[in-house]
Write a protein that binds this ligand. Structure first.
Ligand SMILES: NC(=O)c1ccc[n+]([C@@H]2O[C@H](COP(=O)([O-])OP(=O)(O)OC[C@H]3O[C@@H](n4cnc5c(N)ncnc54)[C@H](OP(=O)(O)O)[C@@H]3O)[C@@H](O)[C@H]2O)c1
Length: 251
């Protein structure tokens, strides 16, 4: 399977880091400086400045949604996998010719091969799309574009929210006198450990194991509930979903 990655900025670049070496890839980038950088980083990848005819390629589209309007392509791709936030399948079908259409929402952990990617679209290309996107982490098939817009929060945007949580936890430790770098080492290891535990345990079960009656965890937990951390996360996802629909022109 030949991949054509159009756009290798923050997200396309992160995906490339995990895909390079696993697939035959051609990357299209407009900026000469970025092309030189990519050619140096990934000698096994072909880097070009113009989009070749799409025939025979599985295209991964990773440009900004607002750049889609001016994008010009020729030929028919084997499949199009778009990671453009808020850009419906229908819009992609009108703009780019392909045998199958997939929408995917990865996150920045693709850089480490640990993205979680929501995937939806034409069922005929489901297995191939999941295989490609599993090489950048965990890929989860969803039943509709509505579900994908919902998952934009918990998948694509949540790394920024988790970064806020990580920074706030470290700030709390620094406030009490722990060195900044030591605090960051704690939060990195903490998030890693939580991921491993949550793979086979529900959050509430985990919490109950840590929180003993009248103990230290319970004291801190009460403060988090009082300050509305739970409802802040629920409302953040509502705001994110609304924004995804606005971007799709559906509100
Ligand atoms: N960042 C995330 O965490 C994240 C997560 C999930 C999904 N996404 C989606 O990923 C997409 C890209 O986001 P990003 O943050 O990676 O943006 P970005 O850093 O601006 O990357 C877009 C890249 O595409 C290049 N480009 C634009 N038009 C092109 C064309 N016609 N041919 C080839 N290359 C072209 C841009 O080059 P120039 O800068 O030279 O124009 C840039 O390098 C967006 O649609 C976003 O919704 C991002």
């Amino acid at each position: 399977m030949k991949l054509l990655l159009i756009g290798a900025g923050n997200m396309g670049g992160a995906m490339l880091a995990s895909l390079a070496g696993k697939y035959e890839i051609t990357v299209v980038e407009v900026s000469q400086r970025r092309r030189d950088e990519l050619a140096r980083l990934y000698p096994e990848v072909r880097v070009v400045g113009e989009i070749p005819p799409l025939d025979g390629y599985v295209v991964i589209l990773a440009i900004k949604p607002q750049s889609l309007e001016s994008l010009q392509t020729r030929g028919e791709a084997e499949a199009l996998i778009s990671i453009l936030a808020g850009t419906p399948l229908q819009r992609l079908r009108e703009k780019i010719s392909a045998r199958a259409y997939i929408r995917a929402m990865p996150n920045i952990a693709a850089l480490k091969g640990k993205a979680v990617t929501s995937v939806t679209g034409d069922a005929a290309f489901r297995e191939e799309a999941l295989a490609i996107l599993s090489s950048i982490g965990t890929a989860i098939w969803l039943e509709s574009e509505r579900q994908l817009d919902i998952a934009t929060g918990i998948g694509g945007s949540a790394p920024a929210w988790m970064a806020l949580v990580a920074e706030a936890l470290a700030d709390g430790a620094v406030n009490l006198g722990l060195p900044r770098e030591v605090s960051y080492r704690f939060v990195a290891a903490l998030m890693d450990g939580m991921g491993a535990l949550l793979a086979d345990e529900r959050p509430a079960e985990l919490k109950d194991k840590v929180m003993s009656p009248g103990g230290t965890t319970a004291a801190g937990y009460a403060v988090l509930e009082e300050k509305g951390v739970r409802s802040a996360f629920i409302e953040a996802q509502e705001a994110c979903y609304r924004r995804a629909r606005e971007l799709a022109g559906e509100e």
